[in-house]
Design a protein around this ligand. Sequence first.
Ligand code: MF3
Ligand code: CO
Ligand code: CO
Length: 265
Amino acid sequence: MAIALKRPDEIAGIDAAGRLAADVLDELVRRCAVGVCGLDLDAIARELIVERGGTPTFLGYRGYPQSICVSVNDVIVHGIPTSVAFDDGDLVSVDVGVTLDGWVADTARTTIVGAESGRDAELISVAERALDAGLAACVVGGSVGDIGAAIEAEVSGSGATVFPTLIGHGVGFRLHEDPQVPNVGTVGAGARLEAGTVMAVEPMISWGAPHVRLASDGWSVFALDGAQAAHAEVTVAVTDEGPQVLTPWGDRWPARRPHVGDPAR
Ligand code: MF3
Ligand code: CO
Ligand code: CO
């Protein structure tokens, strides 16, 4: 299937959905604390998204039962929020999808609850550096293989492991579109990137082995060896001016412009 390119006005729509998703994600990460559970975050997310006119994209997607994904410790992605309270030191990845005026954005980040283990904190920073490396390859004339190669090099250079079977994707009109966006690859291979290509770039990593197992709930993807896993994801548009991050969470993208409708912060 072909990549469905987005016009600038369409990217603006995804940008609005993405800002909402990023704001919600940041708020959920602030709320992560000992005693809080995934279902608490899910309820907060639903409320914040709906309050600003959006809908939680994941709810009902292929039968997914909740509004966000909360992946704790050795769950890599697609963890279904539960009523189990977070514990001191839990490594928690939160993934938020927002649909706003028909436009879809998808974004995730990982945090540590309470007391940090240095090893987990370093894993998060490797995941974020890998995301940055992948984003730098999101340029006109590049290829999806360049993104995978950049992520793979950053992760393996840090001594961590990428899960090669877990990949990013086109996004914007729908949650999962072409192209597939690999987290490993060969420079120059695969689909070409043109202005208007919008993707979710999302490295998923651990310090362990690259093998995964699907839980009996049909969603949660675990690291087979039980290693702690981190995930960092943004929705990005390839433009003639370079990569444009549409889900600017945290303070990692200082070029973020003020946006009408942003909550006071
Ligand atoms: N956000 C996930 C991704 O990054 C997909 C979640 S789909 C759901 O691709 F149904 F599990 F929510
Ligand atoms: Co996601
Ligand atoms: Co995604």
